[in-house]
Design a binder for this molecule. Sequence first.
Ligand code: HAM
Length: 403
Amino acid sequence: MPPQSEKKFWAEKTFRRLAHLYGYREIVTPTFEHTELFIKSSGSTSDIVQKEMYTFSDRAGRSLTLKPEGTPGVVRAVLENQLRLPCRLFYITPCFRYSRPQKGRYREFYQLGVEALGEAHPLVDTETIQLGAEFFARLGISDCLVLINSIGCRLCRPNYREKLLNFLRPHRQELCPDCASRLEHNPLRTFDCKNPHCQEILAAAPLPHQHLCPECQKHFDAVLTGLKSTPVRWELNEHLVRGLDYYNRTTFEFVSPVLGEQISLGGGGRYDYLIEEFGGPPTPAIGLAIGLERTLLALPELKTAPLRQLVFVAWTGTEELAAARQLLDRLRAENIPALITYETPKLKRQFHLADLAQARLCVVVGAEELKRGVYGLKDLSSGAQTEVSQADIVNRLREILNS
Ligand code: HAM
């Protein structure tokens, strides 16, 4: 509903502009895909696949799923259409997850995402994080922090996984049922668990970033060095593994305090193997997705005021209505949003309607003013009234609306 919807479009516009500035082109993927796509990419042990997908059969008995996230559809589309790499794509898309609805967690929500496919350099990781940070800064969210970690690659992860398993196995009985069942398939995910007892056990666990191979270490160091020359606020978080199975090397999350709680406004990371797993050529990739609704929750008060840009054209009699309609057309031709009522010439009622429509300014077309070549101009927030010559009205309105 307005004004919430207006804030949503404003955030989308800001994101679209920024993505263009970073060289991304917009992609639109289908709302639902074959279920298999998500199982294969997000991972069969992920919460999304295990608990949160909206899956249904169509009339032909095919299993389909409403997209729970933007990345898999992009990867599928790129492969299917044989896009030339490297390519940078962004999206603004509704996503669906069957989780318990609460503040900042919805069953239908929007993701603003970017995916850079075919770029391996660590500074691309830095740039992706920078883009996210700049988005929040442009919206006026200044308390946003990036948590960052590296979870290694195909070479170093198996060794580390064994170490972690050896550490966790003796604690199997003490782990929560989720962690116990995930243990053998994906022990790294235990770091993601919110259960305080699991966290206590994990406090002494070997950490992913301490077991990186030299190449991964070099990559991670370069990402962090890159970040140091930017204004991004970041901190190493040794437990950050992220909830999707496709990640390797750099993982990161944007967090911000919302309603007294630290929540994740966005997250992403590298997924250098996913395209290959889908039958494509070995292709390094990295992406980020931002939760739109959570971003709006984190907006500072100042930025949550509706953006009043509308001009209301009021008139005082039948003859003035003709002149008012001409002015209305002139304003719209000049790209100034304008509204009129045909209901009544009574000014009091028209001012009331202007207020209801959330107009910022009201131009009054009166008989006496018309003779003098002027319009009345009322600022609806301050109540201040002035006169402006008919010739100057467009410039004057622009000046005020842009201020
Ligand atoms: P994700 O962390 O699952 O990552 O989701 C990204 C963001 O979507 C979250 O940080 C959060 O702001 C928002 N979000 C997730 N679930 C909900 C929900 N139920 N209600 C409201 N907001 C939600 C991904 O989806 C990856 N595809 C990100 C990525 C792109 N990695 C590489 N490329």
